[in-house]
Design a protein. Structure first.
Length: 363
């Protein structure tokens, strides 16, 4: 009886497909119609196809979803259309592991005084994060990096050189010096200044209190172009281990072929998220070499406009790139050696800002 019932179901399926005018020479595929890199907000309307008595394969159509401007991945429009936040994260040894760093879609790393680096995590979906940080002070160049993503910039204090910009109307920001006790809080597990944190709920309240816009600006130009087909860099050099050359934390990334991600290490060990216990990993790495000068009091000025060289690294390969940014509040663009703007793989990205005196190692 079971065999006859199965045969009947299969025959019904054949009749149904024939009645719909299906060409039996065409293969059913699980790929939707491709979109261009710039058509990141277009949604699909194809319904999922389920074959058989709940025993077939469901085809994910991404119905009602849009492409994230930060990762190029399909996300809920509520997240994909909202302004991200850009949080300054402490990165000295006494302040690791960081909380909720794994949830960041993009990480910027740049040198600050004393040879240490500071991180900036850019988050799209942050509502449910109970503890983010520890949060540290701003440097002027990080303001410009945050601006490239139309992000609300989150920091606890600032170097004197960033003060004028932060006090202007050019960058929406939340400052722990002003909002401690509401948007920001201190924990008891570390000593100040390494115990300053925030949360998704507190950030939303702070944004509302300040009256900041919550969606992307209508004229926002997306920073990254994401590829529709997997980027493999066939002409690139092998990049199994990548070392950006920062002096104090001595970080590196190791490529894992099984999942195609680069896993992050620093201070001689895995870099993990305190809240999840997971080692953080990234699909893309961008090395951006920049000019700089020393103010003379330990602080750096890093040039975020102009042009320079760098590397794009993904899927175990690396290529040479150049970068260009024309205006103070513009967006940095990256190009291959032929002068064509690069497309990067969907997924998380780590951007290393490296002084032109630095030493990048790719093995």
């Amino acid at each position: 009886m079971k065999k006859k019932r199965l045969a009947g179901i299969c025959m019904a399926a054949v009749v149904l497909l024939a009645g719909c005018g299906t060409n039996t020479n065409e293969k059913v595929t699980n790929k939707t119609e491709p979109t261009t890199a710039k058509e990141t907000q277009e949604t699909t309307t194809v319904a999922p196809l389920v074959i058989g008595d709940n025993q077939g394969t469901e085809i994910n159509s991404h119905e009602g979803m849009i492409k994230s401007k930060l990762t190029g991945e399909w996300v809920d429009p509520e997240n994909g259309n909202r302004r991200p936040i850009a949080v300054m994260l402490n990165n000295i040894k006494e302040a690791i592991p960081q909380s909720s760093i794994e949830a960041a879609d993009i990480i910027y790393e740049a040198p600050v005084e004393g040879g240490i680096t500071r991180l900036m995590g850019i988050y799209e979906n942050f509502d449910e994060l109970d503890k983010i940080g520890s949060v540290r002070s701003s440097r002027l160049y990080y303001c410009y990096f945050a601006k490239e993503f139309d992000a609300v910039y989150v920091h606890w204090g600032q170097a004197i050189y960033a003060q004028d910009l932060l006090n202007s109307s050019n960058i929406d920001n939340l400052n722990g010096l002003e909002l401690e006790g509401s948007t920001f809080f201190r924990s008891s597990d570390r000593v100040a200044p390494h115990n300053g944190y925030t949360s998704g709920e507190r950030l939303l309240a702070g944004i509302e209190k300040k009256g900041y816009r919550t969606d992307y600006a209508s004229d926002y130009k997306q920073k990254f172009l994401f590829a529709e087909q997997e980027v493999t860099l066939p002409d690139g050099v092998s990049a199994k281990k990548v070392t950006p050359g920062y002096a104090v934390n001595k970080p590196w990334f190791e490529y894992n072929e099984s999942d195609g991600l680069y896993y992050r290490y620093q201070y001689g060990a895995e870099q993990i998220d305190k809240e999840t216990g997971n080692q953080i990993a990234y699909k893309n790495i961008i090395m951006q070499t920049v000019n700089y000068y020393d103010y003379g009091d330990g602080y750096y000025y890093i040039y975020t406009t102009g042009n320079g060289n760098g590397k794009y690294i993904t899927n175990g390969k690396a290529i040479d790139i150049t970068w260009k940014k024309d205006t103070e509040f513009g967006v940095t663009r990256y190009y291959d050696t032929s002068g064509k703007e690069i497309t990067i793989n969907p997924g998380k990205t780590w951007v290393c800002i490296i002084q032109n005196s630095g030493n990048i190692s790719i093995e």
